[in-house]
Design a protein around this ligand. Sequence first.
Ligand code: ZN
Length: 118
Amino acid sequence: MSIGRVATTGKTRICPHCKATILDSASICPACHHHLRFDPKAIVERRAQASFSALRVEGSFRHPQATGSPWEYSVVVSIRNDRGEEVARRVVGVGALQANEGCTVTMSIDVFAPHGVK
Ligand SMILES: [Zn+2]
């Protein structure tokens, strides 16, 4: 473990392809899946890091009527810290459902443990 790596933990940058805020350590954008750098050493290091999916939730909803006026929806994600303080809140998508139309939303949290999971 080096001091330099500790200092960069949690550092963010903007994906040049989709403009999402992502981890500086990411070699592939989790939003648009573009490769961000061709640095074989970085890719090997990244693969060696322990990572796991802390949460993956998927849900579907449907306009239940065969006919009728369309519905609208908003997909909102909120992040709170241990003290219950909201540190981020984003509308990640909005849309409309026509009669008898459905939609599925998947939300996942990937955790990277650069120095292993202990
Ligand atoms: Zn991207």
